[in-house]
Design a protein around this ligand. Structure first.
Ligand SMILES: Nc1ncnc2c1ncn2[C@@H]1O[C@H](COP(=O)(O)OP(=O)(O)OP(=O)(O)O)[C@@H](O)[C@H]1O
Ligand SMILES: Nc1nc2c(c(=O)[nH]1)N=C(CO)CN2
Length: 181
């Protein structure tokens, strides 16, 4: 059994359709979806605003690498093209593997370049941690602490102040968002 937190981001084309396409591609393993957040670009200011969301997924048969393979296939299906000159540049769909837990419930830790776990920049990104808090209010970023505590501290607190889910946008209209319950 492996459980994972995946982060979705899109700032090109039909942004909501790209996020929904990813959730649809994961519907067999989907446990929960966050709200949809519109967020200012991080790391490269000269690009349009993103829509971001987080998915909680689980699959008894999946190892960590399977989540990365699924993420890449979803990006390709959304027409993702990589610009080697713009590391944090615009994209139709980004699917990052933020954290993975093994069958014993322990977080997977890996410093391999191909799949670093937890994702090395997750702790710097309110656009990841804030939607994650929707689906796991007492969640923890392995090695760094509780999501709520990380978001309360600067510099994330400043990024988080203006973040709230867009009430008019939902990834899966038929799925409840945890924070609605
Ligand atoms: N946890 C991870 N999730 C997704 N990709 C990862 C992870 N760890 C390492 N990678 C590797 O990072 C490479 C670049 O991924 P990608 O193009 O999605 O980066 P990016 O989205 O531009 O930047 P960032 O990873 O900071 O969001 C991929 O080829 C992938 O193998
Ligand atoms: N707000 C926001 N900014 C980003 C995002 C993202 O998903 N949301 N993804 C990036 C690629 O790593 C770079 N910058």
């Amino acid at each position: 059994m492996s459980r994972a937190v995946l982060s979705l981001g899109s700032n090109l084309g039909d942004r909501l359709a790209h996020l929904r396409g990813a959730a649809r591609g994961l519907r067999d393993v989907l446990l929960a979806t966050s709200g949809v957040y519109e967020t200012p670009p991080w790391g490269d200011a000269e690009q349009p605003a993103y829509l971001n969301a987080v998915l909680l997924v689980a699959d008894p048969a999946a190892g960590p690498r399977d989540w990365l393979d699924r993420a890449r296939r979803l990006e390709t299906a959304a027409g993702r093209r990589r610009d080697p000159d713009r590391r944090y540049g615009p994209r139709t769909l980004d699917v990052d593997v933020i954290a993975v837990w093994g069958p014993d419930g322990a977080p997977v830790i890996s410093d391999e370049g191909e799949l670093t776990l937890p994702h090395p920049r997750a702790g710097l990104r309110a656009f990841v941690l804030r939607p994650w808090l929707d689906v796991e209010p007492s969640g923890e970023l392995p090695g760094q602490g509780r999501l709520a505590d990380l978001l309360d501290r600067e510099p994330l607190a400043a990024q988080t102040r203006d973040l709230c889910p867009r009430p008019d946008l939902r990834i899966a209209p038929d799925m409840p968002i945890e924070s609605d319950r």
